[in-house]
Design a protein around this ligand. Structure first.
Ligand code: HEM
Length: 295
């Protein structure tokens, strides 16, 4: 059963003849009723003086058209139960602004994805052209400096928001049963965000980018057991060069964003399934009743 089901009749094309002002339930009075019953079906619209447009009718249609489009999609996909589950969730007592940092982090991630797509349209990942393509993008492309700045500063903002979000969940004890997996997935997302930072830093391919990457990969190589192998993988061989840039670009553009998208999806699925934790200062009034109700 569709959440829009009861509205569908309103937009049945058979009922919407040209000039059929009311177009649906005939509930409106005045001109609407006349139009609905077909008395003035093909008559010109009512003259409000000086040929003014019937704004009430326009407003009504502006509501009906999106509802009709949504009903059409819903009837074919059956998406409404899923949407209802996501949108009409129960939230615990005491929910507040501290619980918005996860969504803020999500916004930062989407910002990185969207601005990254536009940057990729102008970036050339070859050692000879990478730097020049970034300079061109910044100085010549329309809004290039803005988009690049949004991506660069967005990376810092995302890490900041991640830490605030993580600190909030930790301080509230929201990592405890049954949300351990939400936390573990969050930790993997955090590591992947650092990988995005490391791989993205090399892409402008100027002196600072190059030498910072040499330092970062050498630190990785000093790690126990897997360190040297991981550094070889990142370098794309024994030396830093063209292969390193290609590899960092592929990791930055394809591998890690894909993984992060999937993990954020799993993270949000668990948040919806388990519900958000209530603040530590909110105590259940009748804990026994509450426990019974939850079961
Ligand atoms: C791109 C990264 C992330 C996104 C988009 C994200 C998104 C969200 C959202 C929207 C929520 C629900 C609202 C809220 O509690 O703020 C949430 C909850 C949660 N997140 Fe994240 N998160 C991310 C990273 C992390 C990290 C790094 C950790 C910890 C290591 C983490 C641990 C948790 C936990 C434990 C909850 C449940 C909180 C509760 O039930 O009150 N998340 N996340």
């Amino acid at each position: 059963m569709s959440i829009f089901g009861n509205r569908r009749a309103k937009v049945d094309p058979a009922q919407r003849a040209p000039g059929n002002g009311n177009g649906s339930n005939g509930a409106a009075g005045g001109n609407g009723d006349l139009f609905h019953h077909g008395v003035m079906r093909h008559a010109p619209p009512p003259d409000h003086g000086g040929g003014a447009v019937d704004t009430a009718e326009l407003k009504k249609q502006a509501v009906e058209v999106p509802v009709a489009a949504l009903s059409w999609v819903d009837e074919r996909t059956g998406a409404s139960p899923l949407l209802r589950g996501v949108m009409y969730r129960k939230v615990p007592k005491g929910v507040n602004w501290f619980q918005t940092f996860g969504s803020a982090t999500l916004f930062a991630f989407v910002n990185q994805a969207v601005t990254g797509v536009f940057l990729a349209m102008y970036y050339d990942p070859s050692p000879q052209n990478a730097y020049a393509s970034v300079v061109r993008l910044t100085n010549e492309v329309f809004a290039g400096e803005l988009v690049r700045g949004m991506h660069r500063w967005g990376a810092t903002v995302m890490i900041l928001l991640l830490f605030i979000h993580m600190t909030r969940t930790f301080v509230w004890g929201a990592y405890k049963y049954p949300r351990e997996l939400t936390w573990v997935i969050g930790v993997v997302i955090l590591i992947l965000t650092f990988v995005m930072g490391l791989t993205g830093y090399l892409l402008p391919f100027d002196q600072r980018a190059f030498w910072a990457t040499v330092v970062g990969v050498n630190i990785t190589a000093a790690g126990p057991i897997v360190g040297p192998y991981l550094a070889d993988f990142l370098r794309g061989g024994a030396e830093f060069g063209a292969a390193t840039l290609t590899r960092f670009y592929a990791i930055h553009m394809l591998l890690v964003p894909g993984l992060m998208g999937a993990l954020i999806g799993a993270h949000l699925y668990l948040v919806i399934k388990l519900g958000v934790a209530s603040p530590p200062w909110v105590k259940a009034e009748k804990s026994r009743d509450l426990a019974r109700e939850d079961i």
